[in-house]
Design a protein around this ligand. Structure first.
Ligand code: GLN
Length: 288
């Protein structure tokens, strides 16, 4: 109960809880769980949570005539909290669709395709070997170049899940190499450890690029699976969607409508509404 109250107060829904609504999401307020260290999708600006996912969910709130409140929580609690549907019915957090998560939550239509990146020290301290791939048409870091390394991830992310397999499964590129995984709750803490306690951090492309833009001395490159030939190399790619509590069909439909409208709204440069939000927030989050 204590935890419940704290969350409600933090969400600014004191009035709702005083009126006796049984959950923070009660009444007309739509509580959205996110993790605000993932620019440009969600990040803090002057203490406020802003970003692409915030803009999307605010449009959903307008459509439904509901106030939207964003809760900044640890990434690894989002899917279970949305699945349970007691404190929140929506997770908007640059969340990738995975089969495991699909068993717990409903996903909106996908709205962004993302690939994993590796962040390392530009001066080469504890850094992996850099490869060249014709599939990328440039420099990449192959999974097998991370052999024996200490690798940081944000706990519960797809980077965490993929890395667990590469280390733990006998087919994995890092199996039996002494590579190890360190999960962090915060990406900014994780990147501060690069070159000290970890060799690299693996995270999605745009947060990686934003972290690198804001931290002198760090670089990042795409993470690749090595193919039989260089043409067959593959990036580690997945798709973002918004997670909704199963059974919340009206909410899911409204989210899908907002996403569909943004995706279909292509300008003369060929950018759709999501891409325009991404560019706008990349500029803001990178201090441009
Ligand atoms: N896209 C990744 C995932 O879903 C990372 C998301 C995040 O850290 N916010 O696991």
């Amino acid at each position: 109960m204590k935890k419940f109250l704290t969350v409600c107060l933090a969400a600014g829904t004191l009035a709702a809880s005083a009126l006796g609504f049984s959950a923070c999401g009660g009444g007309n307020t739509l509580v959205v769980y996110t993790e605000a260290g993932f620019a440009p999708f969600e990040y803090l600006s002057d203490g406020q949570i802003v970003g692409v996912d915030v803009d999307i969910m605010n449009q959903v709130g307008e459509k439904l005539g509901r106030d939207v409140v964003f809760e900044n929580v640890n990434f690894d609690v989002i899917v279970d909290a949305v699945s349970e549907g007691r404190l929140t019915n929506v997770g908007a957090a640059g969340l990738s669709i995975t089969e495991e998560r699909r068993e717990k939550v409903d996903f909106s239509i996908p709205y962004y395709t993302a690939s994993l990146y590796v962040i390392y020290k530009t001066d080469g301290t504890m850094a992996p070997e850099i490869g060249e791939s014709t599939a990328e048409n440039g420099s990449v870091i192959y999974w097998d170049s991370l052999a024996g390394m200490s690798i940081g991830v944000q706990g519960g992310t797809t980077a965490d899940l993929f890395l667990t397999d590469e280390i733990g499964e006998d087919w994995g590129a890092l199996y039996g190499t002494n590579a190890s995984k360190t999960p962090y709750t915060s990406l900014s803490v994780a990147v501060n450890d690069i070159g000290l306690n970890t060799n690299v951090v693996i995270i999605d492309e745009l947060p990686a690029k934003t972290l690198v833009a804001n931290n002198d001395g760090l670089s990042c490159l795409p993470l690749y699976y090595r193919g039989e030939t260089a043409e067959e190399d593959e990036a580690a790619v997945d798709e973002y969607a918004i997670a909704v509590t199963p059974g919340q069909d009206e909410l899911l439909a409204a989210i899908n409508e907002v996403l569909r409208d943004l995706i279909d709204d292509v300008d003369e440069d060929g950018n759709n509404g999501i891409q325009r939000l991404v560019m706008q927030h990349l500029d803001l989050a990178s201090g441009n």
